[in-house]
Design a protein around this ligand. Structure first.
Ligand code: UN1
Length: 485
């Protein structure tokens, strides 16, 4: 079946008339054909978003929020259907796919509440009979460019705050998961969001993303994806308002006093949940040397039981595509070449001759300088590094270019607070894994992970609003600030 772009409230073909396929990563079968859009299609979407902007901006925010609430209700209704679609198109296992849709439900619910807040603040003027305050205005037309690993939740993290703040949208989803994006767009359409407010254009990063980034009528960009693309966006977008959520090389620290049972649970979930394809995935374990052996044997016993296969019936699903398998394979080789010890896995797999599977893979006796401990693999490859104390652990946790998530397993309050205060990351978990952020708290990272923006939570609306400072002088004469007569 051929799927279309959604522009100005209509489902339309791209000007190029060309299409591309989206594959089920477990079976390698096509699940549909999608528009290979070009610059012309993006221009149409931007012009629709521009035309729709004034009315959407002028609509009272609580009224806009009603659309978000409606979208939330429709997501609840279609949760199972959408989750199954995610399994088919993205490959994640069904329980996690349900979680992905739930995250979208949560964020629409939370951001609908913002319709009755969108707080500014007031401050006292230094002059009499003068009032001062800030209000939030929308940015304008915003471009949303999203990855495939949370094909419904991540678009929702951006669409919900963008809409409630009064922006209009041009959305370019990943070409690996266009059908999930279309399913979300159908819900937005069904919720009655006015035409032109939300537009979806599928196609390549170069043609579709490139135009969104360059176009002078697009005033804000929100991007989740790789650091290389993020840097390119910053350079090209210039002085637009840009929000970036980039990579991670997240570590779990295990102290000598840790409860190893929950630590092993956390490592398995963080490293092999979503087949390691989360920016928040655990890709390093930094373990106290005194408990290393015990931890490794407990981990090995558990990892052997993980069943690889189609997301409807497995513990670990496929990787997103062939290139992802090749990447994990390459790092499995690099790890061995650099002298790390392969404890488990390391091989690509097929099931009934098909699928982009890769075994959960564990390296130990790693050094922080190894490429497997430095570079984002975005696959089920975990590196274990042992340390003599927590000071060294934190130093190694920080010895990477990224800073998204982190975790420590310990019973010591001092070790926990040292981790909270000293690990360079946007998120730190105590006695929990590096994944599983909740939507009412800010999400984002430091260093190479981003440019300072946070998504979700109260800070999630910063990215999609501009602060206006208002001075209201009711003195009836010219008053000059700074004491000027
Ligand atoms: C991502 O991988 O880009 O915290 C997002 C988590 C999820 C979101 C991950 N709630 O793991």
């Amino acid at each position: 079946m051929e799927y279309l772009n959604y522009i100005d409230g209509k489902w339309v073909k791209s000007a190029s008339k060309e299409v591309f396929d989206s594959l089920n990563p477990a079976t390698e079968q096509s699940i549909g054909k999608f528009q290979k859009s070009k610059r012309e299609d993006v221009l149409r979407a931007i012009s629709a978003a521009n035309a729709a902007f004034p009315a959407w901006r002028d609509m009272p925010a609580p009224k806009r929020a009603e659309y978000l609430w409606k979208i939330k209700e429709l997501l609840v209704k279609d949760k199972e259907k959408l989750a199954r679609l995610e399994v088919k198109e993205m490959g994640k296992i069904i329980s996690e796919a349900r979680g992905d849709v739930q995250e979208a439900i949560d964020v629409f619910e939370y951001m609908a509440g913002e319709g009755r807040r969108l707080f500014g603040h007031t401050a006292k003027s230094e002059l009499p009979n003068k009032f001062a305050m800030t209000i939030r205005n929308p940015v304008g037309v915003v471009g949303l460019i999203t990855p495939w690993n949370f094909p419904i939740a991540i678009p929702a993290w951006k669409i919900a705050p963008a809409l409630v703040c009064g922006n209009t949208i041009v959305f370019k989803p990943s070409s690996d998961t266009p059908l999930c994006a279309i399913a979300l767009a159908q819900i937005i359409e069904k919720a009655g969001v006015p035409k032109g407010v939300f537009n979806l254009v599928t196609g390549s990063g170069a043609d579709v993303g490139g135009e969104i980034i360059r176009n002078k009528d697009v005033l804000g960009i929100s991007f989740t994806g790789s650091k290389t693309t993020g840097e390119m966006i910053l350079k090209t977008a210039g002085i637009k308002k840009v929000g970036l959520e980039l990579g991670g090389k997240n570590a779990i620290i295990i102290n000598e006093d840790a409860n190893l049972h929950i630590a092993v649970d956390g490592v398995l979930w963080g490293a092999f949940g979503t087949t390691g394809q989360r920016c928040t995935a655990t890709s390093r374990v930094i373990v106290h040397e005194k408990v290393k052996k015990k931890f490794e044997s407990m981990l090995l016993e558990r990892v052997k039981k993980l069943k690889l296969g189609d997301g409807m019936k497995a513990d670990v699903g496929p990787l997103i595509n062939k290139a992802a398998v090749e990447k994990s394979q390459r790092y499995a080789q690099i790890g061995q070449q650099e002298g790390a010890k392969l404890l488990y896995g390391g091989e690509a797999k097929k099931i009934k001759g098909k699928g982009f599977f890769f075994e959960p893979t564990i390296f130990t006796d790693c050094k922080s300088s190894m490429r497997i401990c430095q570079q984002e693999i975005f696959g089920p490859v975990l590196s274990i590094i042992s340390v003599k104390d927590m000071e060294e652990a934190i130093k190694i946790a920080n010895d990477v270019e990224y800073g998204l998530s982190s975790a420590i397993y310990t019973e010591s309050m001092k070790a926990a607070f040292d981790a909270i205060n000293k690990i360079e990351s946007g998120i730190t978990y105590i006695n929990s894994s590096t994944i599983g952020a909740e939507v009412h708290l800010p999400f984002g990272g430091v260093k190479g992970t981003g440019n300072g923006t946070r998504e979700a939570g109260i800070q999630g609306i910063e990215e999609f609003s501009e602060t206006k400072t208002v001075y209201f002088d009711y003195s009836g004469r010219l008053q000059k600030a700074q004491g000027i007569d």
